[in-house]
Design a protein around this ligand. Sequence first.
Ligand SMILES: O=[N+]([O-])c1ccc(O[C@@H]2O[C@@H](CO)[C@H](O)[C@H]2O)cc1
Length: 793
Amino acid sequence: MAAILGGIAALALAGQAFAQLEGRGFPDCINGPLKNNTVCDTSADPLARATALISLFTLEEKLNNTGHVSPGVPRLGLPAYTWWQEALHGVASSPGVNFSTSGNYSYATSFPQPILMGAAFDDDLITAVATVISTEARAFNNDDRAGLDYWTPNINPFKDPRWGRGQETPGEDPYHLSSYVHALINGLQGGEDPKYKRIVATCKHFVAYDMESWNGNYRYQFDAQIDSQDLAEYYMPPFQSCARDSNVGAFMCSYNAVNGVPTCADPYLLQTILREHWGWTNEQQWVTSDCDAVQNIFLPHNYTQTREEAAAVALNAGTDLDCGTYYQHHLPAAFEQGLFNESTLDMSLIRQYSSLVRLGYFDGDLVPYRNLTFADVSTPQSQQLALQAAEEGITLLKNDGLLPMKIDNSTKIALIGDWANATTQMQGNYAGIAPYLHSPLYAAQQLGATVNYAYGPGFGDPTTDSWNSIWAAANASDIIIYVGGIDNSVESEGMDRNTIAWTGTQLDAIGELAMYGKPMLLFQMGGGQIDSSPIANNPNISALLWGGYPGQDGGVAMFNIITGKTAPAGRLPTTQYPANYIAQVPMTNMSLRPGENNPGRTYKWYNGTAVFEFGYGMHYTNFSATAPTMSNCNFTISNLMANCTEQYKDRCAFTTLDFEVKNTGSVDSDYVALGFLTGSFGPQPYPKKSLVKYTRLHGVSAGSSQAASLALTLGSLARVDDMGNTVLYPGDYSLMLDTQPLAYVNFTLSGSPAVLDQWPQRPAATHQTSNYFVGGFGTEPLEDPMENVPAGY
Ligand SMILES: O=[N+]([O-])c1ccc(O[C@@H]2O[C@@H](CO)[C@H](O)[C@H]2O)cc1
């Protein structure tokens, strides 16, 4: 009896909760028209539930619900749903997210841009950050201020230093990105296969999107020419990590074409690779187009003769949802013309709605995240994590001993530069509204110092009008701190950089400031690297740090590093190339290996000398390391394969190498252990080295040691052949710790090569793309479709 009463009480409570949720954009499974449909049966499986729901839709209702603004089906009590939410580094302003203008829900934690969090090389940090983001997203959803799926992360490798959106990514290395994104998705979704996902993440932009606008080429029309080797080895691994290894809920196909086919129209990418080869087959996983990428299939890609064909070719290829209105507008006529089957449309809708089932959209208070409120947003712990994330990423590039520096109320600081009082600038793009934005100026003032602040000298056209205040600040101070570089005015969505040098105005002002002969340090900001050799080579500039876009507490993070409250241990997540690099390779050249018009890309293949290499970063202390002794240094490939029982052979364990890392200096510090593989094995040319594992050691006390445990897999040792196959080759291998190696382990593999992963080849072309808009080096500029896009994107 008690149990029955308990059950009734629970039902009544659930009913109350539903009544509250009613009208706030949630389906009412207690009293609404769907209450007896299987979609409301929480014991049924998600596929059955979504199939039952979609079976109630008329054809018109199905066609109506194919855009990112889906009207739902009012007669069924299925509310409208906006599929487009963003959360790149915190719940972000975007079509589906509604920040309040004041009070509760008027802000959310704003973490650093991924490029700086990538520099932390700390996957546990990334999971913690992503867990905060998904918690805050759930709180926003509970107040009907956001949906449940988010179009993040941007996981295209940052291959070319000019790319305006490189700031959104963790860097240039495919292994690093793969590991980072796995940690991120676990935090966003709540593990690989939980009953209720926290939120759905969307890996974008599939695939090979890394150019906005260069020399007449635009992301909307660019046709990236990529061979199988580069595709499988460089452009694909982060997406494989998303689909195959992290069970991400959604994918986004990109604006560009790959080898003649716009990605959203390409069954080879969306079916053969994504769904079949990577086993991303369950019916809760869906693909959205990038925004208006379906329209772009028609123009400017000119891939189809008609608009209806463009819509149908995308749907048939496996693009389930259209960000935009093109499906809603053109699929009805496409259906009339017999260009797709209703069952294909059903499948797409089932995928999307079963994903909502997995998010608990139909399950009211049974969902554990329903009790999250604004009290769970921007908590003291989240604020501390945002600060920690910025501190962990900040990277020390030069230090002649000036740092760490004592700052107190007897210090007079000249704080100069376009970033010196940065606020929203610190967030970069795809940001939300932060609870606060602690600028460098604010942070310096908190230390009690006398701060002589001067804005300028400006990023743009030379104007020395404001410069007198710069000299006045320098004259009145004992220490000069310059905070500048680049920001979203020169690198952003739609805008690639046309120089990777410091602007002349900044260099002029920095050079003159250095001539004061006062202790001087420079903080280089922005996502893309700038050739800082003039600063590295200037003996009057004692220290150089890189700070990316450090987020809501960026100023405090900076000064915690400068004063030594926190010791720096970040590592560059991209190569800092010399300024003339961009004259040597067109942005449109997708090859990684050196060749004609290409000195090679990334630390693996660049044949020149980097200003600062990938993985570089100094400390306030010194580290030494001892390599483990391997009991056996000779391995037979056939034995390794015989012991490998995983479905995906690259995941099989090889060995774990425990390096003993000792802090030999006098300052406690984190240490990022980077494991690079080198050697002569596999197809030539050989990469200079390849990152195969990393881990961040926390708080290694002065004089003490910690073990850096690097677990290697067979995939760690493999190379990719010219067909895109991942292969284990015989040869001499060396695993070295760090960029300036602290320790090595050598070993040998013998026997015949073994294929770990056979890459599916693209079938022979059946579709001819018109060459009217073919992009390439030196084509005529096209009209810029980003011209009228609102600021902030
Ligand atoms: O028209 N707009 O307002 C607009 C805004 C953003 C935009 O960019 C695309 O939308 C984002 C969706 O997640 C993708 O990452 C990006 O490539 C494309 C168009």
